[in-house]
Design a protein around this ligand. Structure first.
Ligand code: AMP
Length: 149
C-alpha cells in the first residue's frame, strides 16, 4: 500500500477575488482522491517577489495527508489552477491562483518539472512562518528521487 505522506502546499493569489481563489483551492485540495486536508495556516498578505510590477498577494499554507505521488499531486495542482483561469504567460507575473508543493514528507525530488523541497523556500519568509504555524517538523535527511518510479 502507498505510504501516507504529510505534504505542505502553498496557496497564493494576486488577481481578482483573492480570498475566493484561496477558498476554492482549499475545497478542491480537501476533496482530492486519497488525501485529507489536516490544517491550514492563517491567510497573510505579502508583497510580490521578482521584477514584474503587480499587486500584493494573499498567501496561505495547508497541510495535506496523501498517498498521491508528487508528480500526480502536481498534475492535480495544475488542474485546480486552470479552473481559476490561471494562464502561464509571464514568469514571475500576476496570477489568479498559484499552488506549490513546498515539502513532501522527507522526500527530495529533482526532476525537470518538479523540485522538492521547493527551491523558493529560503527566500520566502512567509512560507517559513506558515510552516512553523503548522508545526512542520524540521526537515530530515532526505531521500533524493531523480528519476520517476
Ligand atoms: P509557477 O509559475 O510558480 O507556478 O511554476 C511553474 C512550474 O514550476 C510548474 O509548471 C512546475 O512544473 C514547476 N515546479 C517545480 N517545482 C515545483 C514545486 N515544488 N511545486 C510546484 N511547481 C513546481
Amino acid at each position: 500500500m502507498a505510504k501516507r505522506e504529510r505534504v505542505y502546499v502553498a496557496l497564493g493569489s494576486n488577481m481578482g477575488d483573492r480570498a475566493a481563489h484561496l477558498a476554492y483551492a482549499r475545497d478542491r485540495l480537501a476533496g482530492l482522491p486519497d488525501s485529507r486536508l489536516l490544517k491550514a495556516s492563517r491567510v497573510e498578505e505579502t508583497a510580490p517577489l521578482g521584477p514584474v510590477p503587480q499587486g500584493p498577494y494573499l498567501n496561505q499554507m495547508v497541510l495535506l495527508e496523501t498517498t498521491l505521488e508528487p508528480a500526480t499531486l502536481l498534475d492535480h495542482l495544475h488542474a485546480i489552477e486552470a479552473e481559476r483561469g490561471r494562464e502561464r504567460r509571464v514568469r514571475w507575473g500576476p496570477r489568479t491562483l498559484d499552488l506549490d508543493i513546498v515539502r513532501y514528507g522527507d522526500r527530495a525530488v529533482r526532476q525537470p518539472e518538479l523540485t522538492i523541497p521547493h527551491p523558493g523556500l529560503p527566500e520566502r519568509d512567509f512560507w517559513q512562518r506558515e510552516l512553523a504555524e503548522l508545526d512542520a517538523p524540521n526537515p530530515a535527511p532526505s531521500r533524493t528521487e531523480s528519476a520517476r518510479g
